[in-house]
Design a protein around this ligand. Structure first.
Ligand code: CU
Ligand code: CU
Length: 686
């Protein structure tokens, strides 16, 4: 549960305001358990008696009155009845138009169910008839968006479909353990070897939590989300820019701490120097293709590299001109056929175009640069399908970040957004300042006893991943098989921010981190660091007259989410709550989307790595979108910074990444009294 650590006047005590959480009732617990059962061994037919009885009795087409859109159900069921559905052992790819069409039909049927029972009936009916990963994706998006499923917890993605996250050797050993019925713990290594410098940052790209985050983000903000659905996605295009921008900035910070230069953007006509060997296998036994070093992009039968260049040239032209061409008949966006890339919505329009999503104002003209690039990279070693290779890691959101080419692609995409942001006027002093409010001092303090002020510590720890779903099961015998993985973590810490205020006002605190030195060891001026800043937190504070000491725990970050419960623990906790042995908290604000909290800080160096920590307090009244929204309301919205909100509007009116999203011409002008920069050190403990 999150606590709002508020402020007190004259260095007095800290007030804690708990965000209300409900206790799950019997109905909720039953639903939660059924959903978990539905997700177990997704590739095998259901065996649970409750689900089997639904499977034997519920036919969606006989219950059309139970759906708000009966046509969606007919459309979905026609895939099954006509045998057009994707084969169960085929590899589902969201980027494949035909696969996606079927998945959208399935999602729309699940989403149209009028109540939970109809949803469950539909899901059970479809589960064993469809391609498992296609079904899983559609069901997950439906569960994340249905209002009657708020608060349902999904198990970690890497424990539902472990094949998509683990290496082949681990899966093979899991099978051996299962055959011998022998409980086993299997160590998993990151791919590659020391002969490949890129391997030094594999712990980041291959982090299971990061891959899950990336997958969930794209489930919360699907590029195929239709503007006609009843849940509009506020600033989706801008979030696409910002979340990936932050991932890129983070990757560069990780590279610096491992003595690697910043990642270079790729080019459509340049060789990709770094190969990648995923060492992983799809559940159907096909290996993820390997890309050797120095491979060039090649045309696909339906997509030419020259078209990618043409789309990109048009996008660059739009950025330089400051407006995009819309489809002329699109009266909603711009009757004149022109939409200006202004200071507020411009970045959102551009994000939708570049991704591109169903919200792009002109997909025919601007193409789908980012999505197509993922496919080009995925199929780069077998573009003509001469060898029948399955899609590469770049074609799935849960596997893409493993490949260093992911970050090279996103640096390239990020540079387009950079060009747009660079065209905007730097913030004027009055836009940055908060008159009457002064940040006097900032420090960070570790919560461990021996902590030294302004010294933060990262380290690697180990965690166990349940492999129950990596192997087939007879549903009678359970064998405890786990993988043990290394992952980056950090010691918890607190920000202590001293703020003097002339009035009783509310403020918004924004905290960023940036590496102080570049790869050459040179100090970088703040104005040049802006695009490398990493957001650590954003939260409201109530300021009293006089000196306020704001204390904020790192664990309450608006960027991150806590470690998820493992699949077996989740099942055990629900069952124990059903027996009345313990409570199961129902948090309707629970988000699956968010950066794993462990990764809040980039890895330090053993000898310490200098970082700049920037803190600003801006005017809450001026920044907040809805005056009725209280600071406590904002505090209850988790993982706001990268994931926006589930419904409604993002409460912060400022552009994502403010104030570092625009050029800084003069640091003196930029550093208003309501902000402060300090130097801190991040050390990696061995
Ligand atoms: Cu992505
Ligand atoms: Cu991407």
């Amino acid at each position: 549960m999150k606590l709002l650590l508020a402020v007190a006047a004259l260095c007095a005590c800290v007030v804690a305001v708990p965000v209300p959480e409900d206790k799950a009732d019997g109905v909720f617990l039953k639903r939660q358990l059924l959903v978990l059962k539905l997700l177990k061994h997704i590739g095998q037919p259901v065996a649970d008696p409750d689900l089997v009885s639904i499977k034997n009795s519920y036919v969606p087409l006989n219950n059309l009155e139970k759906y708000s859109d009966p046509e969606a159900v007919r459309r979905c069921c026609s895939y099954v009845s006509t045998g057009r559905s994707l084969a169960r052992n085929a590899v589902f790819s969201l980027f494949d138009e035909r696969h996606r069409e079927e998945m959208v039909a399935v999602f729309e049927a699940l989403y149209a169910a009028r109540d939970f029972d109809a949803l469950l009936g539909t899901a059970v009916f479809l589960r064993d008839r469809l391609n498992p990963r296609l079904f899983l994706y559609a069901l997950s998006v439906a569960l994340l968006h249905r209002r009657d499923c708020r608060g349902l917890t999904l198990p970690p993605a890497y424990e539902i479909t472990p094949h998509m996250f683990l290496t082949t050797d681990v899966v093979r050993r899991a099978y051996q353990a299962r055959m011998r019925l022998k409980p086993t713990i299997i160590p998993m290594k990151f791919t590659g070897s020391v002969n490949n410098p890129e391997q030094r940052v594999a712990y980041f790209g291959e982090d299971l939590g990061m891959n899950s985050h990336h997958q969930h983000w794209h489930m919360d903000f699907p590029f195929w989300w239709k503007p006609t659905y009843d849940q509009p996605k506020d600033r989706k295009g801008e979030l696409f820019f910002y979340m990936h921008h932050q991932m890129t900035a983070r990757f560069d910070a990780e590279r610096l701490s491992n003595d690697l230069p910043p990642v270079r953007p790729l080019g459509w006509y340049e060789q990709i120097e770094e190969g990648f060997a995923p060492g992983a296998m799809y559940e159907n036994g096909q290996e993820f293709p390997m890309r050797p070093d120095r491979v060039s992009f090649r045309d696909l039968p339906w997509l030419r590299i020259s078209s990618m260049q043409a789309y990109e040239d048009r996008i660059r032209d739009a950025i330089a001109a400051g407006f995009v061409r819309t489809v002329r008949s699109d009266t909603e966006h711009a009757p004149t056929g022109v939409l200006y890339l202004n200071e507020t919505d411009g970045i959102n329009v551009l994000g939708e175009i570049i991704e591109s999503s169903r919200h792009s104002v002109n997909p025919l003209y601007y193409g789908q640069l980012h999505n197509d690039a993922h496919v080009l990279l995925s199929k780069i070693v077998d573009p003509d399908q001469r060898y029948g290779m399955p899609p590469g890691v770049m074609e799935h959101f849960e596997t893409a970040t493993r490949d260093p080419a992911f970050f090279r692609l996103h640096k390239h995409i990020d540079n387009l957004f950079y060009e747009h942001k660079n065209r905007l006027q730097p913030y004027r002093r009055e836009e940055l300042n908060f008159p009457g409010v002064q940040v006097e001092a900032v420090k960070v303090v570790g919560t461990c006893k021996a902590s030294v002020p302004n010294l933060l510590v990262t380290y690697f720890d180990e965690t166990h991943v349940d492999l129950g779903n990596a192997v087939e099961s007879d549903y009678k015998t359970e064998v405890n098989i786990k993988a043990v993985v290394n992952r980056l973590n950090h010691e918890p810490f607190r920000y202590v921010i001293t703020v003097r205020s002339e009035r009783e006002v509310n403020g918004l605190v924004r905290i960023f981190l940036a590496p102080k030195l570049n790869w050459f060891g040179q100090q970088v001026p703040l104005k040049d660091l802006r695009w490398s800043t990493i957001e650590l937190d954003k939260f409201p504070v109530k300021l009293r007259v006089g000196e306020n000491v704001v204390v904020r725990s790192s664990e309450d970050s608006s960027v991150t989410i806590p470690e998820p419960r493992s699949f077996p623990d989740l099942v055990k906790d629900v069952q124990a709550a059903m027996r009345g042995e313990q409570e199961f908290a129902l948090d309707k604000y629970h988000r699956h989307c968010g950066f794993p909290h462990r990764l809040l800080l980039p890895k330090g160096k053993q000898e310490g790595m200098p970082y700049l920590l920037y803190v600003t307090v801006t005017d809450y009244q001026r920044d907040v979108v809805d005056d009725k929204m209280t600071p406590d309301d904002i505090e209850s919205l988790t993982s706001l910074s990268y994931c926006g909100v589930l419904e409604g509007k993002i409460p912060d009116r400022r552009p994502l990444g403010f104030p570092f999203d625009r050029r800084i011409e003069s640091v003196d002008e930029f550093m208003t009294p309501n902000s402060k920069v300090i130097e801190i050190t991040i050390k990696n403990a061995k």
